[in-house]
Design a protein. Structure first.
Length: 379
């Protein structure tokens, strides 16, 4: 495993991604320096100034997934940059980044203008993802542009190492009893990463067994489903069902992971919902926005389990990728325990898509038992 960059450099990544969220520029260091600004948050006046720079000086960087959705034949897992050779508009750039915005004119370039993104440009896209923004950036040489004040800087090694470093640095900060409606014997353990980012949570239900691996659920947060009982997904049923199952068995552990929308964040998940309303499925919606079909990583889950002294679990999941991820990070899955709930008319296509496109092992017999709109009835 590659050694993590010095802590100061890691902390600078968090400052840099916050700068992009605020529409400010950050300096990215590699062999030389580049300035990066997020297309989504770039102020109109600074956008106008950048578009007036000499032809070819400013480059637009997009993911292969986004470009493929625009009709270009490129490697989807890659990233590509385009020199802005002619005057354009910020509205055009934002329409290239955001599929919900309609373009005013045909694209002013073709595939022959695209070049594979270099390390600085790819790191700038990663900063956008860390910031919860659409992965689209403008990158230009750092030659003292007075019109583009720099709010932060970071280096490519630290940017690429940030996610793993943050997940591995998780440590418990407090534990408290929190009786739940479905499990009165419950304890919450809050974990905080060393970079000061968002906390992750472990919910310990009942008494964990000693003779056999405990039942475990990795649950990625879903604001709309967990809290507001959205009918577009089965997340609420999965959350409540996991707690109920653990209480019935006498004990278990649920990890509540802060990676909304398969890792793209709530704002982008709502954008994906808009696209789904136009006829694309849940995975196509993510890639139309420029993201991977699933941006999640489960290193944080493995870190918390090992910190709690749990190296082997029975995993409540329909997703084989979670089994593989825990094993890769040092936690053995002794058994995969199916975790399916009846569908309703709003989430049936979503569930079928998960099974067909990502290999989720969903019991379609269970899906067919549902069909009504009521969430509680589907559980």
């Amino acid at each position: 495993m590659t050694a993590a960059p010095p802590p100061r450099r890691i902390f600078e990544v968090g400052i840099a991604e916050r700068a992009l969220r605020a529409g400010l520029a950050c300096r990215i260091l590699d062999h030389g320096a580049r300035l990066a600004v997020a297309v989504e948050t770039l102020p109109a006046e600074q956008g106008r100034i950048l578009l007036e720079r000499p032809p070819g000086e400013v480059r637009l960087v997009l993911t292969g997934w986004r470009l493929a959705s625009l009709g270009f034949r490129v490697a989807r897992e890659g990233a590509f940059s385009l020199a802005l050779e002619r005057a354009g508009s910020l509205a055009m750039l934002r329409a290239l980044a955001d599929p919900l915005l309609r373009r005013e004119a045909p694209l002013p370039f073709d595939a022959s203008h695209l070049e594979p993104a270099n390390r600085s440009e790819t790191a700038a896209l990663e900063l956008c993802k860390l910031a919860g923004l659409l992965p689209a950036v403008l990158v230009l040489p750092d030659n003292g542009h007075a019109a583009l004040p720099v709010a932060a800087e970071s280096d490519v090694v630290s940017i690429f190492a940030f996610r793993d470093w943050s997940a591995r640095s998780l440590e418990p900060v407090v534990e408290a009893e929190v009786p739940l409606a479905m499990a009165e014997r419950a304890r919450f353990v809050a974990f905080r990463p060393a970079d000061g980012g968002v906390e992750q949570y472990a919910v310990l239900i009942g008494q964990l067994p000693e003779a056999v691996p405990p039942l475990c659920r990795l649950h990625s947060e879903c604001f709309t489903g967990d809290l507001f009982h959205s009918l577009r997904c089965d997340c609420g049923e999965q959350l409540e069902g996991a707690v109920r199952r653990m209480a019935e068995e006498g004990g278990g552990i649920l990890l509540y992971l802060r990676q909304e929308g398969r890792g793209i964040g709530l704002v982008n998940k709502l954008r994906a919902y808009r696209l789904q309303g136009e006829g694309v499925d849940t995975f196509e919606a993510n890639v139309h926005l420029g993201f991977e079909p699933d941006e999640r990583d489960f290193l944080a889950a493995a870190t918390m389990l090992l910190c709690l002294g749990i190296a082997e679990v029975r995993l409540l999941t329909n997703n084989p990728a979670k089994v593989e991820a825990l094993a890769r990070h040092g936690v053995r899955v002794a058994e995969r325990v199916p975790h399916s709930f009846a569908a309703n008319r709003h989430n049936r296509f979503y569930l079928e898509t998960k099974a067909k496109k990502q290999g989720h092992l969903i019991d379609f017999g269970v899906l067919r038992e549902g069909g009504g709109p009521g969430r509680r009835g589907a559980a």
